[in-house]
Write a protein that binds this ligand. Structure first.
Ligand SMILES: [Zn+2]
Length: 415
């Protein structure tokens, strides 16, 4: 047994018997720049090392002159790794007659708590399930997508009695949560609703010469236009369609729109999104890291946006103005995707695209109710009311791109 250590202690030599301390000798070492603590009956001088403590010097300092055994176990996952850092700080151990606790604490409670901790460790309750957190992350990302849906709803319908508040709410969701302009969205989206799948009227299908959809494929072929290998457009779609739409097209379009149309309020809202994003993430990842994260988030949301919004339109008739009545023109350009609780939520009810296009100002929670009535009208007039499974709808996007590409090639080579 080593003798009682001198106040002030000092690093112990390997192999030498450990000096021992009584609590009354330890207690004074709770000053700035002079801190000891006790872990598993061993005494450590953390005075200088506290500055290097990964959890911060304040946190470890809060346990100055205390028995920090339970705090040590509570905070550190890999105890054997952390003990390596403790070794050079060891200055002694508690004298054998000293209690493990540092004051008038309930020794039985401390012992029972340690027993409980051991039991839950044995039950492996500290082991995280990655799938749980992956699901949580997926949920958060899906909620991001929901802000697109919400601003879309706010653009169409009146949630507030005064339309002005409706618009302010849309500006907030679109500007502060997404970094885009509500006016730009409405300018573009209402044209899409007015004339879905009509060239030069619906901006969503006015995508030539990058992609050829519907009637444009034969026209380009006949005129021997070949700006891109359109017979491979279903392949390069994966490179420049879903990954880049919001990151490149929307960013450029938005900035141009806000400046040219002098939408200063929208510009301020969008700036507030970037300020929030950079202020939130720059302290953690620096400027390059925050920018990289921004690009990653945009690319991810862009995938959701393209697949969900195009599954209802791209595979349908696309061409020049036919001057049809409202119902026929909307039905020719839209199809539905089979409803389910998941898909209704995930797509923001855009799986009920037919109902949405016939009645754009109807709140989406009522689509299920109106759907049978719409179906009946279609049956009566021999109009196609197309509903398909989710995966088929996604695959059909690629199928129709491939079909248009082949039609272009055929016309290009032989007409
Ligand atoms: Zn809409």
């Amino acid at each position: 047994m080593g003798g009682v250590g001198e106040p002030g202690g000092g690093p112990v030599r390997l192999g030498a018997p450990l000096p021992t301390f009584r609590w009354e000798q330890i207690r004074p070492h709770n000053l700035p720049g002079d801190k000891w603590l006790v872990i598993e009956r061993r005494v450590y001088d953390i005075s200088r090392w506290a500055q290097r403590h990964p959890g911060g010097s304040r946190l470890i300092g809060h346990h100055g002159a205390e028995d920090a055994t339970d705090a040590f176990r509570a905070f550190h996952q890999d105890l054997s790794f952390v003990r390596k850092f403790l070794q050079p700080l060891l200055i002694g151990e508690l004298a054998p007659e000293e209690p493990s606790q540092d004051g008038l604490q309930n020794a039985q409670l401390i012992e029972d708590f340690r027993g409980l901790r051991q039991a839950v460790e044995d039950m492996k309750l500290f082991e995280a399930k990655p799938a749980f957190f992956a699901l949580l992350l997926g949920h958060i990302l899906a909620m991001e997508a929901q802000s697109w849906c919400l601003q879309h709803d706010l653009g169409h319908i009146s949630i507030f009695r005064k339309s002005r508040w409706n618009h302010v709410a849309q500006q907030f969701v679109m500007g502060q949560l997404k970094g885009f302009s509500a006016h730009w969205w409405n300018f573009r989206h209402f044209q899409h609703h007015a004339k879905p799948n009509i060239f030069h009227k619906d901006p969503d299908v006015t995508v030539a010469p990058v992609f050829l959809l519907g009637e444009s494929s034969i026209e380009y072929g006949k005129k021997k236009r070949r700006y891109l290998p359109y017979n491979h457009q279903h392949l390069y779609f994966f490179l420049i369609g879903p990954p880049l739409l919001t990151l490149v097209n929307f960013e450029v379009e938005n900035l141009a729109y806000m400046l040219v149309c002098m939408q200063w309020t929208d510009l301020l809202w969008a700036a507030s999104f970037y300020a929030r994003f950079l202020l939130s993430y720059m302290p953690f990842y620096g400027v390059p890291g925050a920018m990289l994260l921004f690009v990653a988030v945009r690319v991810l949301e862009s995938h959701w946006f393209v697949w969900i919004t195009q599954m209802n339109h791209i595979p349908k008739e696309i061409g020049h103005e036919k001057h049809r009545d409202w119902a026929s023109s909307q039905l020719a350009a839209t199809c539905n995707v089979e409803p389910s609780l998941f898909l209704d939520w995930f797509s923001g009810h855009l799986n009920f695209q037919i109902e949405h296009h016939l009645f754009p100002t109807m709140p989406r929670h009522n689509y299920r109710k109106v759907a049978p009535l719409v179906k009946a009208l279609c049956a009566k007039h021999g109009l196609s009311y197309e509903v398909k499974p989710f995966l088929t709808a996604l695959v059909d996007i690629i199928g129709s791109l491939k079909k248009s590409g082949n039609m272009w090639l055929e016309a290009y080579l032989h007409q």
